[in-house]
Write a protein that binds this ligand. Structure first.
Ligand code: FUB
Length: 448
């Protein structure tokens, strides 16, 4: 019977059976993720991040990165993400020390119908390398199954592999070990075709790692995290050829204002828009080795320079008005009267809430897609010890109120409904503010 079912329907059914996450930043909230490499394969975005896990007795080193495997995530719209599960794990790679928990930043690239997944780790045999080296696993599909090569790539020592395929078909491998290195790959994608070259025109002071190379309009961009001051910031250099010489150009993203020591990124063009994928320790603010991946839009000036990206919580993509709209991933928040807090500090994976403390508070949330069908009701998950009323305006902070939701007195979370006035079809910005000084907490809102 399945022979008559269209392949796209089978794919959709298979994907719908897998757990998913939703956009806004961070965009994966069912686990810690870091070092995202994003690629477009067959019109869909695939993200290959590292997978941070907390240390435990017999599992990794407390206070350090603990990483045993890799998941891949995909999305057609940058809003709804599917977790395809584990694709490579430390104890199934022949050359990896199985208890090293050192499966650091990976990359994946497609060539001739095969998907090559590059990952660093610590080898079980120190004769191979005393420190990190880099291996490859190969698959027929972007989600695997990936078959690891028995041995790592010869003549490579270091971490953070990145592969770039130039317009002439030549592939290059880049990696880091204090400096950033590059070398041509053989057509088999599994071996270096030449001695590695140190990309030496980069800053000499402060750690550099995490290279990500791409080409746009004849300019080769080498982007990399660099510790110019205390923690990593994202910088870039450009060249007229993939192995340089490079000229340092500037900063793509400043250091984390809250001290997350690492950042690690990739750039991607999807549906005519450029994006920066990077990480921050949103779900683990007290321990910056449990990180979470984010996306923000990026653009280029006419001379090809990259405009600096300001990190946001709102992230990218539209939010369906009929799904839970997490106001705590706001576009703008009032300087006083509103704050963001975890729903449960003991389980940060539950996400956040918006806390309105007085009538000065407001939150703006951009990009809510109402679609052509009219909505009639707003649903609010909220709690207010004294009882309070929330006003919802569209498009303009002083625009007409489209909904007024009264939350009855009580300390428990409750879902409250209210009627919604006329809303033009399309995409709108929400402005949400309490009507009076009474405090209230909001988990999410959605429309029906
Ligand atoms: O995730 C482990 C290491 O932290 C990566 O390999 C580096 O780029 C840094 O993000």
């Amino acid at each position: 019977m399945l022979q008559n079912v269209k392949p796209w329907l089978l794919t959709a059914l298979a994907l719908s059976a897998l757990p998913s996450a939703h956009a806004q930043n961070p965009f994966i909230t069912n686990q810690f993720t870091a070092d995202p490499t994003a690629r477009v394969f067959g019109g869909r975005v695939y993200v290959y991040p590292s997978h941070d896990i907390p240390a435990a007795p017999g599992r990794g080193r407390a206070g350090w990165f603990v990483m045993e495997d890799y998941h891949v995530f995909s999305s057609a719209n940058l809003t709804d993400w599917t977790d395809h599960g584990v694709i490579v794990t430390q104890n199934k790679v022949p050359w990896v020390k199985p208890d090293s928990y050192s499966m650091w930043a990976p990359d994946c690239i497609q060539r001739n119908g095969k998907y090559y997944f590059y990952f660093p780790s610590a080898p079980r045999d120190t004769a191979i390398s005393k420190g990190f080296t880099i291996g490859v696993a190969v698959a027929d599909k972007p989600t695997g199954p990936f078959v690891p090569q028995p041995l790592p790539i010869k003549n490579v020592r270091g971490i953070d592999p990145n592969v770039f395929i130039d317009k002439d078909g030549q592939a290059y491998l880049y990696w880091s070990q204090g400096n950033i290195y590059g070398a041509r790959l053989k057509p088999n994608m599994l071996e270096l075709a030449e001695e590695p070259k140190t990309l030496g025109e980069l800053p000499t002071k402060g750690l550099k790692e995490g290279p990500y190379v791409f080409e746009r309009k004849g300019i080769y961009y080498l982007t990399y995290p660099h510790v110019a001051n205390k923690t990593e910031r994202l910088e870039y250099a450009t060249s007229t050829s993939p192995l340089g010489p490079f000229t340092v150009k500037g900063v793509i993203m400043d250091e984390s204002p809250t001290g997350c020591w690492t950042n690690h990124h990739s750039l991607l063009q999807f549906n005519n828009q450029w994006y920066l994928f990077y990480h921050h320790n949103d779900l683990s603010p007290k321990f910056d080795k449990n990180r979470s991946i984010r996306i923000d839009s990026l653009s280029f000036a006419a001379d090809g320079s990259i405009r600096k990206v300001t990190p946001t919580l709102r992230g990218v993509g539209l939010t369906d008005a009929r799904q839970k709209i997490q106001l705590d991933r706001y576009s703008r928040l009032s300087p006083q009267g509103a704050a963001i807090a975890f729903l449960d500090t003991a389980n940060t994976f539950q996400g956040w809430k918006t806390v309105f403390t007085d009538a000065e508070g407001w939150v703006q949330y951009n990009g809510v897609a109402f679609g052509p069908q009219k909505v009639k009701t707003i649903v609010l998950r909220s709690a207010s010890a004294a009882g309070a009323t929330l006003l919802i305006r569209l498009d303009n902070p002083t625009g007409p109120v489209v909904a007024e939701v009264t939350v009855p007195k009580g300390s428990a979370w409750q879902e409250v409904k209210a009627p919604v006035g006329a809303i033009r079809p399309g995409t709108h910005t929400l402005f949400v503010a309490p009507k009076s000084a009474a405090g209230m907490e909001v988990d999410w809102v959605r429309f029906e």
